[in-house]
Design a binder for this molecule. Sequence first.
Ligand code: B12
Length: 271
Amino acid sequence: MNSARLKEIALSAGASAAGIAPAADLPELDRFSVAVNAVPPGLSYLLRDPERRKNIKNWYAGARSVLVCVFRYWSPDTDYAAELAKAGDPMAYLRNTGRKAYQPALLSRTGAKISRYALGRDYHLTVKEKLAAMLAEIKKEKPAAEGKLFCDTSPVMEKELARLAGLGFRGKNTLLLSKELGSWSFIGGIALDLEAQADAPCGGDCGSCDLCQRACPTGALRDGRLDASLCLSYWTTQSKQEIPPGLAAKNPGWAYGCDACQEACPYNSPK
Ligand code: B12
C-alpha cells in the first residue's frame, strides 16, 4: 500500500506523527543486547526470549511493514502544577484511574508528584483505540489486509522501530526524541502484512548535551543506557519490592513515574 496514504490514515486517526519501518532485523540488537542493561526483578520479562525482540516477524510472522506512530501526551506549554492539582488527591486519583502505585507511602507525602504520562486516561486504551481505527480504515481500502497492534505491552522494540520509521532519534535518556515534538509522546503501531516503502531512519543524537543524565536524581542514566534498578519510574510503577532507603532519600517527590530526565531536555521546553 502507498506509504503516504498509510501515514495520512494514521494522522487522521489521531497520531501526532507517523512513519514506516521495515519488518526486518533490528541492527541495534546486534550491537547492544537487552541483557547488558541492568534488569531488576520487576522487568525480568525483558530477558525472556531476547531473540524474539530482534525482528517483529518473530511476533507477527505475517509482517511486511510496520506503521509506527507517536501520540503526543503533553505540550511544553501545559502547566504541570495546575494539571496535578486538577487530579486531586494522588492516591484516590490513581485508584480511580485503575493504576497501581508500588510505593504507596510516597503518595501521602505533601507534594507527591504523578508523572505527566499518567495524568489522563490510560494510554494503553487510548492509543489502541486509535490504532484499531487506523486498521479499520486500512481494511476499507484493502479488505484482505491484516495487522497486529502494539503499544507498550508486546515484545516489540518500539523506540528503535520509531527511530527507523524516521520519527526521532534516541536520546541519552534512552527515549525517542523528536526535534519537532520532543519526547512527551507515546509510541504505538501496527505490524502490517502489506508491503510499504519504509521511511529513512532518523539520524542525529544529543551531541554534547547531557542535561538528562545530570538531572536524574539517582544517576540512573549513563552512556545512552538506563540502569532500571536505579530508575524512580521503575520503583514507583513496576517494583513489588520496597524502594531501598538510599534511593528513597534521593527522590524529589515522584510517587508514580518520574519525569526528571524529560523535564531537563531542551527539546521539551516551550519554543
Ligand atoms: C521496560 C520499559 C520501561 C522500564 C525500563 C526503561 C528502559 N529504558 O528500558 C521502566 C519501567 C524503567 C520504564 C520507564 C519509563 N518509560 Co517505559 N517502557 C518500557 C518498555 C515496555 C520496554 C523498553 C525496553 O525494551 N527496554 C529494554 C532496554 C534494554 O531497551 P532500551 O532502553 O531500548 O536499551 C537500548 C539502549 O540502551 C541501547 N543502547 C545501548 N547503549 C547505547 C548507547 C547510545 C548512545 C544509544 C543511543 C543507545 C544505546 O541498546 C539497548 C538495547 O537495545 C517500552 C515499550 C516497548 N515495548 O518498547 C516502554 C517505553 C519505552 N516507556 C515509555 C515511557 C513513556 C516511559 C517513562 C517516560 C514513564 C515515566 N514518565 O515514568 C519512563 C522513562 C524512563 C527512561 N528514561 O527510560 C515509552 C517511551 C516513549 C518515548 N518517547 O520514547 C515506551 C515506548 C512505551 C510507549 N509505548 O509509549 N519503561
